[in-house]
Design a protein around this ligand. Structure first.
Ligand code: CP
Ligand code: NVA
Length: 316
């Protein structure tokens, strides 16, 4: 619906791309997330119902565990309400996307949407007068990147110069990590097979952001080269939602991109990250996923805290 205002306030803003947030805005979200997390962990409830009376419509064209439950639980915990809507109701199947937007803006305070095509979320945002949050498209997953970099911020504080090595597909999760990490001055590496690289326009945008922040983007085809010296090793599914027909050829192409004990040994101090859902024995072994360096379930928990913070900043 809107773009950044002069004051940098997130109130009323959309989150469609991880590049929509400035470093100062990310720091505001992280600070709010840390406070909400501390209170929720101590009390299992919030003294101040910051989203009382607020309603979020959640539109899903793809399945979800974390995104659905963390947004819905987050709204409830802050005194608001979330409504789960599936593909048979929305997103052009029954009526045009713009008509969905024009209805929902009269009923609820914000929309969170998980679509296949990125253009659907962009269209929702263009048409609706209320904030629209991207809950994953084939191009980006900005809420995931927020939670992931909040997880690293909890460990390392200032993320400038911190190295994250993504091993596998140059996909939606990589794109959002590259954009947000570049905004924060991180070094984001990607080890990928030649034919599964990232979107060049997103890389170009990330390079601009990195140029301004002192960040860096590195690309290689060698997983071991990517992870050496990294603070975190990150992987994701070889086949994302909507690419199921390519699963067999992708399994072949990514065979040497598994995060396993041998690869993790190349970076003995690195944390291990995954956005989930994981395919144990494919992109990551159970030994590494369940090992002492894994922060995978902290990332998952932090979806709740980071998104609550985002909702409060956008709607509160
Ligand atoms: N990581 C993530 O977005 O999980 P879901 O697909 O279960 O929402
Ligand atoms: N890249 C994965 C992320 C799932 C949260 C997908 O799009 O399916």
């Amino acid at each position: 619906m809107t773009t950044a205002d002069a004051a940098g306030s997130l109130r009323g803003r959309d989150l469609i791309s991880a590049a929509d947030l400035s470093a100062a805005e990310v720091r505001t979200i992280f600070a709010r997330a840390a406070a909400l997390k501390a209170e929720f962990r101590a009390e299992r409830r919030h003294a101040d119902p910051l989203l009382r009376g607020r309603t979020l419509a959640m539109l899903f064209q793809r399945p979800s565990l974390r995104t659905r439950v963390t947004f819905e639980a987050g709204m409830t915990q802050l005194g608001g309400h979330a409504i789960y809507l599936t593909e048979d109701v929305v997103m052009g199947a029954r009526e045009a996307v713009r008509d969905v937007a024009r209805n929902l803006e009269r009923f609820v305070d914000a929309i969170m949407a998980r679509t296949g095509p990125h253009q659907v979320v962009e269209e929702l945002a263009a048409q609706a007068t209320i904030p629209v949050i991207n809950g994953l498209t084939l191009r980006e997953h900005p809420c995931q990147a927020l939670a992931d970099l909040f997880t690293l911020h909890e460990r390392f504080g200032d993320l400038r110069g911190v190295v994250l090595a993504f091993v596998g597909d140059g996909n939606n999760v990589y794109h959002s990590l590259a954009l947000l990490g570049s905004t924060l001055g991180m070094e984001i590496r990607l080890a990928h097979p030649a034919e599964y690289g990232p979107n060049e326009r997103i890389v170009a945008r990330a390079r601009e952001l990195a140029g301004a922040s002192g960040g860096r983007l590195v690309f290689t085809s060698e997983p071991a080269d990517a992870v050496r010296g990294a603070a975190a090793i990150y992987t994701d599914a070889w086949t994302s939602m909507g690419q199921e027909a390519e699963a067999e050829e992708r399994r072949e192409a990514f065979r040497n991109y598994q995060v396993n004990a041998a690869l993790a040994a190349e970076a003995p101090d690195a944390l291990v990250m995954h956005c989930l859902p994981a395919h144990r024995g494919e992109e990551i072994t159970s030994e590494v996923m369940d090992g002492p360096r894994s922060v995978i379930f902290e990332q998952s928990e932090n979806r709740l805290h980071a998104q609550k913070a985002l909702l409060v900043e956008c709607l509160g």
